[in-house]
Design a protein around this ligand. Structure first.
Ligand code: UGA
Length: 321
């Protein structure tokens, strides 16, 4: 099976690519190696399988319709996993047009390129942020999602709607997975787990937005991958499914867990609450369990421990080069 992964050199995309190659699938990874964070990290993410004959890397920006059409023509996929996006909640307020171009026009470019292919499945990376500042927890897929509070969240919800349209018009099987704050090895450096680990390790000031009482359903990458892979092999006409850890922790609690794992105290710097941030996320995963057999297993303690070990190992390797 040929699987096109957009954002294939990113955090979740590269993990997925590795798992699919292990299963003997052919992977076509599209990535533009943009500068949202150091592109060297993305090269590192895929360095383990670049020599694999089943792996093809296409450097292309999903905003470029012609480049995307060419990739699809040269490597027609059976399944698409659309992970590429501008993904920061807070930065989307600074540059909403970039988010609109990448997350909406980019998604349309992919859909236009593949609509005639009789795809077996199309899986889209959506986000828990679509639930907005909802106070009813846990979030279930039937809850209203008409009040996103960041441009990023609005583009992710709009992406789900565009996918509904294409599933209807072109009979493309679509699943939108709403990921809940995914962390773990190779995690995005702008996100809390990676950022806190690096700063505490280096003795830098750790910025905490608000009073640290915001809660997140932090979800370990290994759990996400199980749900994601099951989803790729389980097409539905159109579904939206939460993939979360099904527990929440305060940002303050996360700081303590990182401190414990590093054996080092954090220097905290409290900042005003960040615009666009929701107060809480918490996934109801009963639908994922029913449709995908999904059941998150890794606790925040355990997952952060794994991340910190990976991080320290990387630092050690860099020091010895
Ligand atoms: C994350 C990802 O960035 C999105 O791509 C994804 O769609 C979203 O999760 C999701 O769940 O769908 P976010 O929840 O903001 O967004 O994740 P983090 O950046 O890890 O932040 C978690 C919490 O830590 C937030 O309350 C944030 O305000 C706080 N934080 C983060 C800080 O206090 N300081 C920081 O330096 C970073």
């Amino acid at each position: 099976m040929n699987v096109l992964i957009t954002g294939g050199a990113g955090f979740i995309g590269s993990h997925l690519a590795g798992k699919l190659l292990e299963r003997g699938e052919r992977v076509i990874a599209v990535d533009d190696f943009n500068s949202f964070y150091d592109p060297k990290l993305k090269l590192e993410n895929i360095s383990g399988f670049e020599a694999n004959p089943g792996f093809t890397l296409c450097r292309a920006d999903i905003r470029d319709a012609r480049a995307i059409a060419r990739v699809v023509e040269e490597h027609p996929p059976h399944v698409v996993c659309h992970m590429a996006a501008r993904a920061g909640v807070r930065p989307s307020i600074e540059d909403p047009l970039l988010y609109e171009e990448t997350n909406l026009k980019g998604t349309l470019n992919i859909l236009e390129a593949v609509k005639g292919l009789n795809l077996e499945n199309f899986v889209f990376a959506s986000s828990s942020s679509v639930y907005g500042a909802a106070s009813k927890v846990p979030f279930s897929e039937d809850d209203p999602v008409n009040s996103p509070i960041s441009p990023y969240a609005a583009t992710k919800r709009a992406g789900e709607l565009l996918l509904f349209t294409y599933s209807h018009l072109y009979k493309i099987p679509v699943t939108c997975l709403r990921f809940f704050t995914v962390y773990g090895e190779r995690g995005r450096p702008d996100m809390a787990v990676a950022r806190f680990t690096k700063l505490i390790c280096e003795g830098g000031e750790v910025p905490v937005y608000g009073d640290g009482s915001a809660r997140r359903d932090f979800t370990y990458i290994g759990d996400i991958l199980k749900g994601l892979i099951q989803s790729l092999y389980t097409p539905f006409p159109y579904e939206i499914i939460n993939l979360g850890g099904a527990h929440t922790a305060e940002v303050k609690e996360l700081v303590s867990i990182v401190e414990k794992n590093l054996g080092k105290r954090a220097r905290l710097k409290y900042l005003p609450p960040a615009q666009g941030d929701v107060p809480v996320t918490y996934a109801d995963v009963s639908k994922a369990k029913r449709l995908l057999g999904y059941s998150p297993e890794v606790t925040l303690d355990e997952g952060v421990g794994r991340y910190v070990r990976w991080f320290l190992d990387r630092v050690k390797k860099a020091d010895t080069v």
